[in-house]
Design a binder for this molecule. Structure first.
Ligand SMILES: Cc1cc2nc3c(=O)[nH]c(=O)nc-3n(C[C@H](O)[C@H](O)[C@H](O)COP(=O)(O)OP(=O)(O)OC[C@H]3O[C@@H](n4cnc5c(N)ncnc54)[C@H](O)[C@@H]3O)c2cc1C
Length: 482
């Protein structure tokens, strides 16, 4: 008989959270800590969503999305998780760039960038200051008509090299483009510029393990291999979810699944009004990624001057289409030295990431798909050999992931690495107006994605749920007047 992953689960909870990405985990933790009964349902056999890892024989542990996040993670993890998690966040000090326009190393913060822009790129100090202040002054409610490209042209007209320096890491960090609203750039860029790029010491496996411990301490009922098929609604209110053949009731449901999957598949269309449905259908997905995972032989080491994050490109110019093309010209390498997992076996790993279109991979026949993966690996090794000589001989293991891999493990439509484009935020936020008690907390709109964005969005939505449940509780205790 198949194992019952819902064995012992109650028939009713205050809140059900669908999905254990960083947004879902955080919403569940905040609500559990506030005293609500919370059921966390994850379809995969592991928690974390895109924040995940895998192991290969020989003591190699690969992180999928632990490349870098802003300093703000420390505060969010201290407040909504634990001091131990916050204390494990450490800076990545060597961020390198190498492309036909420039080669440099930076700590990727305002001080270092100001110095680079004024000395190496010859931009006036005043212009640099004005640009930083403009980016830092941006917030959600600003005019969205200005694009990032237009913002760059305003401050640095005709300076393709400066545009590249400013944009390349952000494209990588959240999939945004020169054509997206400037606020999506300004907010994320300023987050990084405040103090640089950070990582989690101990790896994603340790982070998720610590999070699981805290969730359990806060009474959250965690169930893996629990694939929610339906969110059930009656009279405009969320009632329950259907999962593994069971119907479990809840006063509120938070979906951390992809926004399009939540609105267009988990819900019946007739519970949503026409305009909302049109808007949900029109939401564009963010792009996906390919990755090549490389583990060095145990006795092989790389000098740490190679950098922590290394943005490389062979393209003469910086163009969004080139970053996504299967004809790869841009690769971002993350180097994981033994210090990444100080308590683990001393291993050095390299992950090469490149943004990609889902369709370019999904349209391939099986044999073409396998051949393309091999091509991706070989192309990456040829390229990396220019920086780390004899890389092929020094490797113990190499393999690749494609947009199909990300879709397979997280059910993200088209394997989107960063959820949806900016218009997804309005749809996500207005879901409770369509169905009382139903919320979405997951990667949308660039700002609400990435590790920090997803965590912070989980907190925002948990507060919304708390406000609703408190209001309902107050209403239930009000004396009935005639
Ligand atoms: C290759 C790659 C590199 C990245 N690099 C970085 C980086 O360097 N820095 C950074 O900050 N961010 C990075 N990101 C992005 C970051 O990992 C994500 O934005 C973030 O982890 C997403 O969190 P989320 O809360 O939106 O949920 P997700 O991680 O999208 O998780 C959603 C969860 O819902 C589950 N689910 C879906 N449907 C159902 C269902 N029906 N029933 C039950 N469960 C369901 C899924 O299995 C999944 O666990 C990267 C992402 C990728 C793919």
């Amino acid at each position: 008989m198949p194992r019952d992953f819902l064995k012992g689960a109650k028939d009713e909870y205050d809140v059900i959270v669908i999905g254990s990405g960083l947004g879902g985990l955080t919403a569940a933790n905040v609500l559990g800590r506030a005293g609500y009964s919370v059921l966390l349902l994850e379809q995969h056999y592991k928690l974390g969503g895109m924040a995940t890892w895998f192991k290969r024989s020989g003591g190699h542990i690969f992180d999928i999305s632990l490349h870098g996040f802003p300093y703000g993670m420390i505060k969010s993890c201290r407040r909504y998780w634990t001091q131990e998690i916050a204390d494990s966040i450490v800076q990545l000090k060597a961020i390198r760039f190498d492309n036909p326009m420039f080669s440099l190393t930076t700590t990727y913060d305002r001080k270092s960038f100001t110095e680079l822009l004024t000395t190496k790129f010859g931009v006036a100090q005043e212009t640099v200051n004005e640009f930083f202040d403009a980016a830092r002054g941006m917030n959600f409610y600003d005019d969205q008509s200005m694009t990032t490209g237009a913002l760059f042209n305003k401050f640095f007209p005709g300076r393709a090299d400066v545009h590249r320096l400013l944009m390349e890491p952000i494209v990588y960090a959240n999939g945004s483009t020169l054509e997206d609203p400037a606020i999506t750039y300004g907010i994320v860029f300023s987050n990084f510029m405040s103090k640089g790029v950070y990582t989690f010491e101990g790896g994603t496996d340790r982070l998720v393990q610590l999070m699981e411990q805290d969730l359990k301490k806060n009474g959250v009922d965690i169930r893996i291999r629990s694939d929610v098929e339906k969110i059930n609604v009656a009279n405009g209110r969320v009632q329950s979810v259907t999962v593994n053949g069971r119907t479990i009731k809840a006063r509120s449901v938070v979906s951390n699944a992809n926004l399009k999957l939540t609105t267009l598949r988990l819900l019946d269309e007739h519970v949503l009004d026409k305009k909302f449905l049109e808007d949900a259908r029109a939401v564009r997905l963010n792009n996906s990624s390919t990755q090549v995972y490389m583990a060095l032989k145990p006795d092989e080491q790389i000098d740490e001057s190679t950098g922590d994050l290394f943005f490389t490109s062979t393209a003469k110019e910086f163009k969004t289409e080139l970053l996504l093309s299967r004809d790869v010209t841009s690769r971002t390498y993350s180097f994981y030295y033994p210090r990444t997992r100080p308590d683990g076996r001393p291993r050095t790993l390299i992950v090469s990431s490149t943004n990609a279109h889902y369709e370019d991979w999904a349209s391939l026949r099986e044999d073409e798909y396998e051949a393309s993966k091999t091509e991706l690996i070989e192309g990456t090794l040829d390229h990396l050999d220019g920086y780390i000589p004899n890389i092929r001989e020094r490797l113990a293991h190499v393999e690749a992931a494609t947009p199909l891999t990300f879709k397979h493990y997280t059910q993200h439509v088209a394997g989107a690495s960063f959820g949806t484009k900016f218009e997804g935020l309005a749809v996500s936020r207005s879901l409770p107006d369509q169905v009382t008690g139903l919320y979405h907390a997951g990667s949308v709109g660039i700002i609400m994605s990435g590790w920090l964005g997803a965590i912070n969005y989980g907190v925002i939505v948990a507060n919304d749920v708390d406000a609703l449940l408190m209001k309902q509780a107050r209403a239930a205790t009000q004396p009935v007047t005639t």
